[in-house]
Design a protein around this ligand. Structure first.
Ligand code: ATP
Length: 271
């Protein structure tokens, strides 16, 4: 399968601090990749590279074999742990916002038939995430789970091929997380999305994904911690398939390699 996204020997440095080093990997279309690793391992930086918010200091990031555009276009949608939605807009207005900015970049408003089409599309998107009865509700009146559903609808209204999720369920209660797992799995399958998700929850990563990447440092300099960056120390393909009809999001047993072991092994390997 050809790669949708390719990173070739990517490094990210801030001054003399190396955050990522030698990251080389391909991400196939319609895969669901989870990124795990200790705090500060560069997981969000990796996501920002794919989003185009961050340029590699060295190396290249390719989308469909071509250098990634710096600005985030309709190819990529993103949902963060919090603050993805606009507090002063209702659910419907939040979802329509993307359409209005795209189609009326100067005024930010649509009129007539284009407005009616945008409303219909936004309502369908709200229904897809289970918020059809909350279209006139403001984010402050919603639970955390509802706000994340709204953020997902907002990200998907532009029909991105790639959905980037940065700790999207981190602030949610366990029961709500399970609902969100089912929602994201359904949207991933139905819409043929490619998902890259950063999570601290290793079980969530192994449950939802087709592939788990563990980022960590292979080399440590105790006298200069910033001297070496993280890379994908473990790259674990899983059996889960987007078109696997039987593949529900039921809890699965833990990974074959305990993640803590995997991460510590990676350091030993490097020595
Ligand atoms: N603009 C920046 N300038 C300097 N250092 C930065 C910048 N952005 C990120 N960093 C550093 O890069 C490192 C990786 O940050 P990043 O947020 O990608 O890690 P992370 O793995 O997502 O962490 P966490 O799990 O805690 O969210 C951190 O040490 C952070 O301080």
């Amino acid at each position: 399968m050809s790669a949708l996204l390719s990173l070739h020997d990517v490094w990210v440095e801030y001054g003399d601090k190396i955050v990522l080093e030698r990251v080389s990997l391909d991400i196939a279309a319609r895969s669901f990749v989870s990124v795990v690793g200790p705090s500060g391992a560069g997981k969000s930086t990796f996501l920002r590279l794919i989003l185009g918010q961050e340029a590699p200091t060295r190396g290249e990031v390719l989308l469909d074999g071509k250098p990634l555009r710096r600005e985030c276009d309709a190819d990529r949608g993103v949902v963060f742990q919090r603050y993805s939605v606009f507090p002063h807009l209702t659910a419907l207005q939040n979802v329509m916002f993307g359409r209005e900015c795209e189609q009326a970049p100067v005024t930010g408003r649509l009129f007539g038939s284009r407005r009616r089409a945008a409303i219909a599309e936004a309502e369908a998107m709200l229904e897809a995430v289970g918020l059809e009865h909350s279209r006139h509700v403001y984010p402050a009146q919603m639970s955390g789970g509802m706000q994340q559903r709204l953020a997902i609808a907002q990200a998907l209204i532009k029909h991105p091929r790639i959905l980037l999720l940065d700790e999207p369920f981190g602030a949610l209660d366990p029961g709500i997380r399970l609902d969100m797992h089912a929602l994201v799995t359904r949207l991933w399958r139905e819409r043929g999305l490619t998902i890259v998700m950063v999570t601290h929850d290793i079980r969530e990563a192994f449950k939802l994904s087709t592939r788990v990447l563990a980022f960590d440092k292979r080399r440590h300099d105790p006298h200069a911690p910033h001297r070496f960056g993280s890379t994908a120390t473990y790259d674990v393909p899983l059996d889960r398939k987007a078109d696997d009809a039987a593949g529900t999001v039921a809890d699965q047993p833990g990974p074959a390699i305990a993640p803590a072991t995997a991460l510590s092994l990676s350091n030993e390997e490097a020595e």
